[in-house]
Design a protein around this ligand. Structure first.
Ligand code: M6R
Length: 606
């Protein structure tokens, strides 16, 4: 995890670094630090706690200099304290590094460095990099970094500077690193939003790339020193899109962006004239016999919805795995498997490694991904971008609904192409898909939001929550529970509604709110029976029902109405109500919604 930035140019570095780090705090916020070359010497400031602590210190003790590096940390090795905060320096303070990732062989390296007399200050794996570079340095920083990186195993985005050189050397493997190309100035960051106020010309560095930056130029090479050419990508995101835009939190802003995000995911792909779905894929829809969907967290639940949709509409067997398990369970993969990885960031290490595992056995691969230029997009055979735009809030919202939207598009496309989805049903689903942005907009009307807020506040002090759903909305229940856990810290469990009687029913008493997704469905009657089972045991039922419902709502303590739509597209509409329920619960409890404890936006460690 962690966020890193670097700057070389005519501006005062501190402003650029702090500004960049503030956009990267979603990657980690245990501690923050910067190092600035103040003219022949490098000065480091670092503190445990959020960036604002560091900012406060810099207000009283300014740092002047136009070359610097900065870091915001999500702790892996060593507690989140001042000493373990980055940057890390060599004993003589001449070389300073920041690192995002994990050096897997750091213990062996540390022991041999200590045996050679190096003094370590921190408990981090990262500090070995500083000492290794120091040992390898004999006047050429680039060569020293190259020599060092040949010795380390693991994941790194690393940025290095030396007091005596007006240059920055950086490299990456696994951990993301993007370079911003300015006029007479150069930037580095873990993610694009940190650089948008300064430049829109970006180079996405690849695994194994090393780059040397000077004010007016840069040189990219591999670890052997062979020169490489990387494309400069013009980023057309609105800088405003990466900011909160008037909302109190990124999460709320992103919830409200869903109509737009869904428009981008769905509408450009629906061809009105023919009623077909057009996906920008090279994939031959008849070239595989089974599908394996691999993802983590919220993306995994989008995968479960995808499984349901693809099996229903395209009649292809699908299995869905959490990526961290997939790699180690010796999955049955062959060249007639299509492995689909789903990821907002495109950088989640578990998913990335699972993708590599599937490729090893010859699977065709498809990424359903949000972040352009991310690692996964470079390793899959084909990418179906979800086009949700930058998502900053740690709890995923618009990326989830867009992922489900993309899976719906994929299922429709496969169903039509493989002849398993007849034109009449296909057209009805396409029509419902086209309506989704409008229905989500409607879900976000003032009156509906106020009603969800009232329900959230009523139950905000509950100790536990149970979520139930059936069929294509059983993953909706899981996603609702995950959202609540992540941002309110209330313990929440989710079950397929029919499973409740096989165990979780024992949890029910008058203190337990049970959210039941009871929107229009062929199995609604069965869900209503489950609602009655909860009520009979004193549980409090919060029913999510379709507009116009008179059945399920009769048996509930509280009712949240959502716009009516076809069952197969309803997970998108229903998810929005559950996001709001989680949001207002967390708000009522005074939680830091955008930076929930212990979490980070992009999990690039195993
Ligand atoms: O970037 P990814 O979609 O690969 O991230 C996967 C999970 O880490 C992510 O969905 C996580 O569960 C979120 N915090 C959910 O809100």
């Amino acid at each position: 995890m962690c966020g890193i930035v670097g700057y070389i140019g005519p501006r005062q570095a501190v402003g650029v670094l702090l500004d960049g780090l503030s956009k990267l705090e979603y990657r980690g916020y245990d501690s923050a630090g910067i190092a600035v070359n103040t003219g022949g010497a490098i000065e480091v400031r670092k503190n445990a706690g959020m960036l604002k602590v560091l900012k406060g210190e810099l207000e009283t003790q300014a740092l002047n200099g136009t070359l610097g590096i900065g870091h915001t940390r999500w702790a892996t090795h060593g507690k989140p304290n001042d000493v373990n905060a980055h940057p890390h320096a060599t004993e003589d303070g001449q070389i300073v590094i920041i690192h995002n990732g994990i050096i897997e062989n750091y213990l062996a390296l540390k022991e041999s460095l200590q045996a050679r007399g190096h003094k370590f200050l921190s408990e981090t794996d990262s500090e070995v990099l500083a000492h290794l570079i120091e040992e390898a340095y004999s006047g050429d920083l680039e060569a020293a970094v190259r020599t060092t990186l040949r010795q380390v195993r693991g994941a790194y985005g690393i940025v290095v500077t030396h007091a005596a050189h007006r240059e920055i050397v950086a490299a990456r493997t696994v951990s993301p690193l993007v370079m911003g190309v300015g006029v007479g100035e150069m930037f580095l960051a873990s993610d694009v939003p940190a650089l948008l106020p300064y430049t829109r010309e970006m180079v996405f560095l690849h695994d194994g790339d090393l780059v040397v930056l000077h004010e007016g130029d840069y040189f990219i090479s591999d670890l052997e020193g062979n020169a490489l050419t990387r494309e400069v990508t013009h980023i057309d995101w609105d800088a405003e899109a990466a900011e909160k835009g008037g909302f109190e939190t990124f999460m709320l802003k992103e919830i409200y962006e869903q109509p737009q995000a869904l428009t981008n995911t769905l509408l450009g792909r629906l061809v009105d004239e023919t009623g077909e779905v057009e996906l920008e894929l090279n994939l031959d829809p008849g070239s595989f016999k089974r599908i394996s969907i691999i993802a983590c967290g919220t993306a995994f639940y989008a995968g479960l919805v995808g499984e349901y949709l693809i099996e229903q509409l395209a009649r292809i067997p699908v299995e869905v795995d959490v990526a961290s398990e997939y790699r180690y369970r010796q999955p049955l993969v062959s060249p007639d498997t299509l492995a689909i990885v789903i990821s907002q960031s495109g950088e989640t290490i578990d998913t990335l490694e699972a993708l590599r595992e599937a490729k090893k056995y010859g699977a065709k691969t498809l990424g359903v991904i949000n972040a352009k230029g991310s690692s996964m997009t470079r390793e899959v055979d084909d990418t179906l971008y979800i086009h949700a735009g930058p998502e900053i809030g740690v709890a995923s919202t618009k990326a989830y609904t867009s992922m489900v939207g993309a899976m719906l598009m994929l299922a429709l496309w496969l169903g039509r192409a493989r002849g398993t989805l007849d034109a009449a049903r296909g057209t009805a689903l396409l029509k419902a898909a086209r309506e989704l942005p409008r229905l989500v907009e409607e879900s976000l009307s003032e009156a509906r939001v106020a009603q969800i807020k009232a329900v959230a506040e009523k139950y905000a002090h509950s100790r536990d929550y149970l979520f139930l759903g059936r069929g294509v909305n059983s993953p909706t229940a899981f996603e609702g529970a995950l959202k609540l856990k992540e941002i309110s810290y209330i313990h929440a469990e989710a079950y397929a509604a029919g499973e409740m009687k096989h165990g979780p029913i024992a949890l029910i008493d008058e203190t337990l709110p049970v959210v039941v997704v009871a929107t229009d469905s062929e199995l609604l009657e069965k869900t209503i029976s489950n609602i009655q089972e909860v009520r009979a045991r004193g549980g409090k039922v919060i029913a999510i029902v379709s507009d116009g419902d008179t059945d399920a709502s009769r048996h509930a303590d509280d009712v949240i109405r959502v716009p009516r739509t076809l069952e197969l597209v309803s997970p998108i509409v229903n998810a929005v109500a559950l996001q709001l329920l989680a949001y207002f619960t967390a708000e009522a409890l005074g939680r830091d919604v955008d930076k929930p404890r212990n979490l980070a936006k992009s999990v690039t460690v195993e």
